[in-house]
Design a protein around this ligand. Structure first.
Ligand code: AMP
Length: 218
């Protein structure tokens, strides 16, 4: 069977992480998040984690060569032999080009989650992430049952350093400058599906699943 690669595109706060967890199970594809991989490296204190930290904390993108080495190492592992679901990658045109070269022949589909700018700031600054399992809550849209504790595992909820308002503003500007051009890149190759991300998570999930199967990658 051909390799299947599903790419979740969209600005920070569009819901990529939340949807990726469900979509990964539905499509039987491992969820590969470059943001999570960097955070794991940071937590373990690796050389890569230390290099990435200053970029992440200020809302900038980590340089392409660091991202590509880490990503290619991850998708080269056995669990990705049949494909993967990419969340937060690619984020620049050179990353998209490098991925296409690496995966030539794979069945690829980019799903673009659209959410109005005004909603993104609220989603990101109100986000509370579990330190233990990465589950995401929101103080008003998806509050945890017990304040400060994750509903899934009981772990401690915290505000990601880069979800502070100042950093969020920077991340959105970086997205518009460096990542938005990827929409055109995938559209012009006939590989893009648009999904309205400004609805409840179940509706968005159904559309993502439908778009992936219409494209033959489910
Ligand atoms: P995320 O969890 O996807 O929002 O990623 C958190 C941070 O990790 C980003 O703000 C970047 O600093 C860094 N990062 C994650 N993925 C990439 C990527 N594909 N290219 C460059 N930097 C990335």
């Amino acid at each position: 069977m051909e390799k299947r690669v599903v790419i979740l595109l969209g600005p920070p706060g569009a819901g990529k992480g939340t949807q990726a967890t469900r979509l990964s199970a539905a499509l039987s594809l491992p969820h590969v998040s470059t943001g999570d991989l960097f955070r794991e490296n940071k937590a373990k204190g690796t050389a890569l984690g230390k290099k990435a930290q200053e970029y992440m904390d200020s809302g900038k993108l980590v340089p392409d060569e660091l991202v590509l080495d880490m990503l290619f190492d991850r998708i080269g592992r056995a669990d990705c032999a049949k494909g993967c679901l990419l969340d937060g990658f690619p984020r620049t045109l050179p990353q998209a080009e490098a991925l296409a070269a690496r995966l030539s022949g794979a069945e690829t589909r980019a799903l673009n989650l659209r959410v109005p700018d005004a909603k993104l700031v609220d989603r990101l600054t109100g986000r509370r992430t579990c330190r233990a399992c990465g589950n995401i809550h929101h103080i008003s849209h998806s509050p945890s049952k017990v304040e400060g504790k994750c509903d899934k595992c009981g772990g401690e909820l915290h505000i990601r350093t880069d979800d502070a308002l100042e950093t969020v503003t920077k991340r959105l500007a970086v997205y518009r400058e460096q990542t938005l051009p990827l929409e055109g890149w995938y559209r012009s190759r006939g590989l893009l599906s648009e999904v309205d991300g400004d609805r409840n998570t179940d509706q968005v999930f159904r559309d993502l699943e439908r778009a992936a199967s219409a494209a033959g990658v489910s």
